[in-house]
Design a protein around this ligand. Structure first.
Ligand SMILES: O=C(O)CCC(=O)C(=O)O
Length: 277
């Protein structure tokens, strides 16, 4: 018996490789999280590394990655023993050219089995056609891993431009979300996003969940957070949860997790591509 998703939604994820929208929390709660994010940003800045794995040093982000509705939906797709592998905060500023090229999340994650990874993208602002929501090619997850080329473009949020060539005529679907809603996409689903032409920031958290049975093939041992169930495999060192925002211990934990993340990425990403999500 699924915990949150209907049988049709699960079938859609299996057939099309994504699901959207699903409701996590209400708009007021999303605004509350956004305020905490932006207050912290004003005080401490938001360096590139601080936009990743932020649940390790921010209690509000820890709350989002443990949101029961998000975890129930993820459990319906990958089972009850769930690790949080990674998180990237995706901000596109108003009226800017920044975009994200077509890609598959699996590409440099080094996971085995790769296809068990699912990304929950949680919106903290309106994510739609105007603000440059995530777009997906329905059914593209069935292609398995495809080749990515390094296509440099100054406005690509991926600095070295990991890109899959996609025919402009291919039908795509837009994952339109209100603040507090989330989408789910399969690790092989081809997706991108266009520039934000709206007057507001487009803010979302891309949260990568895997079953505890998954491992990373990099020699560098990584950390991950057990967010639900039991870890009977021990493929990762388990992260502690933050005691308080920006506290010294939490920042240390975050810095060490990121150090290992970069070391693993250096093994996994071909030199031509460099660091991405
Ligand atoms: O936020 C975006 O526009 C892209 C996000 C993305 O590529 C992802 O979450 O996997």
């Amino acid at each position: 018996m699924p915990r949150l998703l209907t049988a049709q939604q699960i079938e859609q994820y299996e057939q099309r490789g994504y699901l959207s929208p699903v409701s996590a929390f209400n708009e007021a709660q999303a605004q509350h999280y956004r305020k905490l994010l932006e207050d912290g940003e004003r005080l401490h800045g938001l360096a590139p590394d601080k936009r990743r794995k932020m649940y390790l040093y921010l209690k509000w982000a820890d709350e989002v990655v443990h949101d029961p509705r998000v975890l129930d939906a993820v459990e319906d797709l990958i089972g009850p023993d769930i690790l949080l592998y990674h998180l990237t905060l995706w901000i596109k500023e108003p009226h800017t050219d920044a975009f994200i090229s077509w890609h598959q999340d699996s590409t440099y994650f080094g996971l085995e089995p790769a296809d068990q990874h699912v990304t929950a993208w949680v919106a903290l602002s309106h994510s739609n056609h105007e603000s440059g929501c995530v777009q997906v090619l329905p059914g593209s997850h069935r292609r398995g891993q495809v080749r990515h080329d390094a296509v440099k473009h100054s406005a690509n949020i991926f600095p070295t431009g990991q890109t899959v060539a996609v025919d402009n005529e291919e039908p795509l679907d837009m994952m339109v979300l209100r603040p507090g809603e989330f989408s789910l996409h399969h690790t092989f689903a081809l997706h991108n996003s266009m520039p934000n032409r709206s007057a507001d920031r487009r803010i979302g958290l891309g949260i990568s969940y895997i079953p505890t049975a998954c491992r990373c093939v990099a020699k560098q041992r990584l950390t991950a957070t057990l967010v639900h169930g039991e870890d009977r495999f021990g493929h990762f060192d388990l992260d502690p949860r933050p005691g308080a925002d920006y506290d010294a211990k939490a920042l240390e934990v975050h810095a060490e997790a990121m150090r290992r993340w970069h070391a693993a990425r250096a093994e996994l990403i071909p030199k031509a591509h460099g660091e991405a999500g």
